[in-house]
Design a protein around this ligand. Structure first.
Ligand SMILES: [Zn+2]
Ligand SMILES: [Zn+2]
Length: 253
């Protein structure tokens, strides 16, 4: 399995619109973060997790030539704004693209992009097949397990793909979901900033504590804001937990 981090930044991106950035973020390219999304390839299957506002650019930079399935974590714009740009794959693949999420997430996508759905679908607009995820999905030897988590008041999903777990925008993980995560080789988890606490997101220290509790062999953090410096943060983190960065590629056997 090969995982490419298309984006690792928080909802506003890093730097935010207008280029406003805290002093000292440095010229390290790993401190430039587009909105969170990941691309997973396994035995010829191409899966996109979320499609953020920079999906078009991310897809070009990372040479994404096919998209077979899209897993959506939740309906916030930084995770779905790029669905529109799957239109290019409709043309290439001559087919609609299945998009999976919770029933409320699917409902939200349908109303937000109403011109793409229903009898009045705008001619030539993106063709997505929205699918409510009810339980694990199997694609050949790839097992995808939805991982219910909370993001403040919002119930949303992370996903486990064989031994790889991807959890973004997390505030808390119920015990029943922790059981589904345990034993994975790699766990990706969001950590917004070092401090202070946030009502809907884990901080980096809270994410590290959760990864330790989950006994993750390898942990990678995503969804960081403008105040998180890559190199300085990694120096403070344990050896098996580091910040992910845009265009990072990870291979799992
Ligand atoms: Zn987000
Ligand atoms: Zn969110």
């Amino acid at each position: 399995m090969e995982i490419t981090f298309l984006g690792t930044g928080t909802s506003m991106g890093v730097p935010i619109a207008g280029g406003f950035a805290p002093e000292g973020l440095s010229n390290d390219p790993r401190n430039i973060r587009s909105r969170c999304s990941a691309w997973v390839r396994h035995n010829g299957i191409s899966i996109l997790i979320d499609a953020g506002p920079e999906f078009r650019i991310q897809s070009i930079k990372n040479k994404i030539r096919t998209v077979d399935h899209v897993l959506i974590t939740h309906e916030h714009m930084d995770h779905v704004a790029g669905l529109e740009d799957l239109r290019a794959y409709n043309y290439e693949q001559k087919d609609g693209i299945p998009v999976y999420g919770t029933s409320s997430c699917i409902k939200s996508i349908r109303s937000r992009f109403e011109y793409m759905f229903g009898p009045d679908k705008y001619p030539g607009s993106t063709t997505l097949t929205l699918k409510e995820i009810q339980g694990p999905l199997h694609f050949d030897d790839l097992l995808i397990t939805p991982l219910p988590v909370t993001h403040g008041k919002l119930n949303m999903l992370g996903y486990r793909l064989n031994d790889f777990c991807y959890l973004t925008d997390v505030k808390s993980i119920p015990e029943s979901t922790k059981k589904l995560i345990r034993g994975a080789k790699m766990v990706v988890l969001s950590g917004l900033r070092w401090e202070p606490d946030h009502p809907t997101h884990l901080t980096i220290p809270q994410a590290v504590q959760l990864l330790e509790e989950l006994e993750a062999e390898h942990g990678l953090l995503i969804h960081m804001n403008s105040y998180v410096n890559h190199e300085e943060s990694n120096a403070r983190l344990p050896e098996h937990i580091k910040l992910a960065f845009d265009q990072q590629v990870v291979r799992l056997d």
